[in-house]
Design a binder for this molecule. Structure first.
Ligand code: GSH
Length: 235
């Protein structure tokens, strides 16, 4: 059984998609980041970046004590290695999936995240910042579109953890001021993933963790989520 420390956000959905696709047993451990659960000492003990998702694997492959993992990319690699699914074992296929996984966690995620911040949430309208991140998000969509012109999935012919990492960050494409009609290969990939039964289940189960669908970023939670500094960590 996997304990999934989770809140329904793009980074959280990456892991529910994997768990549903792989058919692993898991239980949600809600981390309501709007109310500050990410700062609870018991969570910080194994997720020191005060971010979710994180997991605890209660039945690790070595038969030893439970193993915790934080960082969505590390969690996806851990689960792929545990199950032997969605990360090829041959040297070339593995390398390619890891390239696109790292591309997502180091590029698409952070850039689209800044796009969300400056376009939707920043208390001041800063045109330079908005334009910078909307354009960079568009550039990254273009990179994906080109890759998907000759490949069904980011890693090649098969669904992989690279697709699972990227898909949740394309879901809010309208909020990111991107038009999928400008990226036909990306649109084909997006629609194909969206229809997968495991992905539908992942989103349904994930949303049920926040049954009232309270927006994660609201006037109260902005005080918790934005303006964190070194002092936040020292506390
Ligand atoms: N690099 C991290 C990013 C995770 C992340 O940013 N999580 C956000 C929600 S999507 C969070 O927990 N935020 C809590 C906070 O900002 O205090 C990963 O890929 O796991």
């Amino acid at each position: 059984m996997i304990d999934l420390y989770f809140w329904p956000t793009p980074n959280g959905h990456k892991i529910t998609i994997f768990l549903e696709e792989a058919g692993l047993d898991y239980q949600f451990k809600p981390v309501n980041i709007s109310t500050g659960d990410q700062f609870k000492p018991e969570f910080l003990a194994f997720s020191p970046n005060n971010r979710m998702p994180a997991i605890i694997d209660n039945a690790p492959a070595d038969g030893g004590e439970p193993i915790s993992v934080f960082e969505s990319g590390a969690i996806l690699v851990y689960l792929a290695e545990k199950t032997g699914k969605f990360l090829p074992s041959d040297v070339r296929g593995r390398k390619t999936v890891l390239e696109w996984l790292f591309w997502q966690v180091g590029g698409l995620g952070p850039m689209a995240g800044q796009n969300h911040h400056f376009v939707q949430y920043a208390p001041e309208r800063i045109p330079y910042a908005m334009e910078r991140y909307v354009k960079e998000t568009g550039r990254l969509y273009g990179v994906m579109d080109k890759r998907l012109a000759d490949n069904e999935f980011l890693g090649g012919a098969d669904l992989s953890i690279a697709d699972m990492a990227s898909y949740p960050w394309i879901v809010p494409h309208e909020r990111q001021q991107q038009d999928l009609d400008n990226f036909p290969n990306l649109k084909r990939w997006f629609n194909a993933i969206k229809e997968r039964p495991a992905v539908v289940r992942a989103y349904e189960k994930g949303q049920a963790v926040n049954p009232n669908r309270t927006p994660t970023v609201n006037e109260d939670s902005k005080k918790i989520l934005f303006g964190q500094s070194a002092d936040t960590v020292k506390r």
